[in-house]
Design a binder for this molecule. Structure first.
Ligand code: PLP
Length: 462
């Protein structure tokens, strides 16, 4: 019988070659220019216009990782990655991803692979303890957690659940967040059909101003609208600001709103007890999301979403067509995660997170997160005592925001020169009509010497 399949023997040999390639990449990643500088279309030009008619040897595929792919890669895994937020990774995560691909199961229902559901539930319960979240969010309580692709998906899901709780036309419902909230809130609200999103003023540290929030809510109520959703940011994207979560929770309860915490990046730091003061009691929180795919050594994608009560989530999203009915689901004894988010199909993302937690241990994860935060605070001190620079926001976690005292052109000039050097990468943003440089420290292999090198460049280009 004709077969074009790669045999298990060939897979073994090719797989070893690929693992060798990835290990070499880890060893050498520091030597590549961090940001790809290819012109648009350059990579595509290297590909033939049509798919190959004849099979190609795996060696050719591997060679093209170097020849075609690498020139177009921006090295998020470089230890001199200080741009955006990190999307870090680690060997156990990569191996977990590979094992999940090897099993290639589809965990839409408990019964379609019980291990996918049960490991996911157990690992998210572990995280409830590791991050000191309310015990009632565990699967044994009224709440529960699920892994999704992105924080944007989780926020969108929460917005849909909040919408469904009200018997009011969607064009009468109002969503609130601060002016510093991530764009995924506005996007999620748009996709969920909301017409009113209020971006509320912030205080001097760029955290949501609750007086302004209360005023905005009152104004909307007075004009006959219904407040339904408020987002607290635990670590804004611009400057890492933390909204007053408990105070916002009280307002949410007073007005019957769904309270969602977007902890996409800084949530990872909650595994360290000394940072939990930012999180407060989380008493009046309905949902919470964070991204292990940012800062917990678990490669993209891996987002966690908890709800304090899973009933409204399931009421909003469960649809049971006859072809998905099965005895386990009918028994009510199992979790079917397809009812916890928009997609039906779901991959075994929990495997890599499980392996990361086991491979590092909580102690190892805390150690590295603390190292990142320590390096960020140290860089902050250097900037603070140098009169060429001005700190734009406090450094609560591992994001340093600063500008040049000579203004926007000088500030942008520092970032451009660093990025053009290829030796490191940072991003800029704007706040209060002013450009600032964001230095986000959280790459898996970033050491003090990489931050020292960055500091040298900041000074040289100032
Ligand atoms: N929320 C915050 C605070 C973020 O910083 C980000 C991304 O940086 C997101 C949400 C979106 O995350 P995702 O890419 O997982 O949708």
């Amino acid at each position: 019988m004709t077969s074009y399949h790669m045999s298990p023997e060939e897979f073994r040999a090719n797989g070893h070659a690929l693992i060798d390639w990835i290990a070499r990449y880890m060893e050498n990643v520091e030597q590549y220019p961090v940001m790809s500088t290819v012109e648009p279309g350059t990579i595509r030009e290297k590909l033939p216009g049509t798919a190959p008619e004849q099979p190609e040897a795996f060696k050719a595929l591997l060679d093209d990782l170097d020849n075609v792919v690498m020139p177009g890669v921006t090295h998020w895994q470089s230890p001199s990655w200080f741009a955006y937020f990190p999307a870090n990774s680690s060997p156990p995560a990569i191996l977990g991803e590979l094992a999940a691909a090897g099993l290639a199961v589809q965990g839409m229902l408990w019964s379609t692979s019980p291990a996918v559901t049960e490991i996911e539930s157990a690992v998210l319960d572990w995280l409830v303890d590791l991050m000191a979240l309310p015990q009632s969010w565990k699967m044994s309580g009224p709440g529960g957690g699920v892994i999704q692709m992105s924080a944007s998906d989780s926020t969108h899901t929460a917005l849909v659940v909040a919408r469904e709780r009200h018997d009011v036309p969607v064009d009468r419902l109002v969503v609130y967040a601060s002016t510093q909230a991530h764009s995924s809130i506005e996007k999620g609200a748009r996709v969920a059909g909301y017409k009113h999103v209020r971006l509320v003023d912030v205080d001097g540290n760029f955290a949501l101003n609750t007086t302004a929030l209360a005023q905005a809510i009152e104004k909307d109520v007075a004009s006959g609208l219904t407040p339904v959703f408020i987002v607290s940011a635990l670590g804004t994207t611009g400057t890492g600001a933390v909204d007053p979560i408990d105070a916002i929770g009280e307002l949410a309860r007073r007005y019957g709103m769904w309270h969602h915490v977007d902890a996409a990046w800084a949530g990872n730091a909650m595994i360290c007890a000394e940072h939990r003061l930012h999180q407060g009691t989380l008493e009046n929180v309905d949902s919470y999301t964070f991204n292990p795919h940012k800062w917990l050594f678990t490669n993209f994608d891996c987002n966690v979403f908890w709800v304090a009560d899973r009933k409204p989530l399931l009421d909003a999203l469960s649809i049971l067509p006859p072809y998905l009915r099965n005895e386990a689901s009918d028994s009510g004894q199992v979790v079917d995660y397809r009812d916890w988010h928009v997609p039906l199909g779901r991959r075994f993302r929990a495997l890599k997170l499980w392996w990361v937690l086991r491979s590092y241990g909580a102690e190892g994860l805390r150690h590295h997160i603390r190292e990142h935060i320590h390096m960020a605070k140290e860089l902050t001190q250097r900037l603070e005592i140098d009169d060429r620079f001005r700190l734009v926001a406090p450094t609560d976690f591992a994001l340093v925001s600063f500008s040049h005292v000579n203004g926007d052109a000088a500030t942008q000039g520092i970032a451009d020169a660093i990025n053009d050097s290829g030796k490191a990468m940072v991003t800029t943003s704007r706040i209060n009509d002013q450009t600032f440089v964001r230095v986000s420290i959280g790459q898996t292999r970033t050491e003090q010497r990489h931050v020292d090198e960055l500091w040298k460049m900041i000074c040289d280009f100032a």
